[in-house]
Design a protein around this ligand. Structure first.
Ligand SMILES: [Zn+2]
Length: 88
């Protein structure tokens, strides 16, 4: 079992890691009184998708990427890596 390793920088290049929490929202178009869908819309925030991704800040030159199951962020902000630290 891979318990993961707390890391403080990108394991590939030493850059900073950026975690992205994904949110979803929709553009809602309401039908007008004449029965047509109007052009005006409303942004509706549908809240968190509970999906997080992470990547190295040097994304143009560095391939370090984490999918949701590849990392974990502790409540105190510690970044736990399950992907690159395996077997280390
Ligand atoms: Zn990197």
């Amino acid at each position: 079992m891979n318990l993961g390793t707390a890391i403080k920088c990108c394991p590939l290049c030493g850059g900073r890691i950026v975690v992205s929490n994904l949110y979803q929202y929709s553009l809602d178009y309401k039908m007008r009184k004449d029965g047509k869908i109007g052009k005006r819309h409303k942004n509706v925030d549908s809240g968190s998708m509970d999906v997080s991704l992470a990547a190295c800040e040097n994304y143009k030159t560095c391939d370090a990427r984490w999918e949701a199951e590849d990392f974990f962020v502790e409540p105190d902000g510690t970044f736990i890596d399950y992907k690159y630290s395996e077997g280390v």
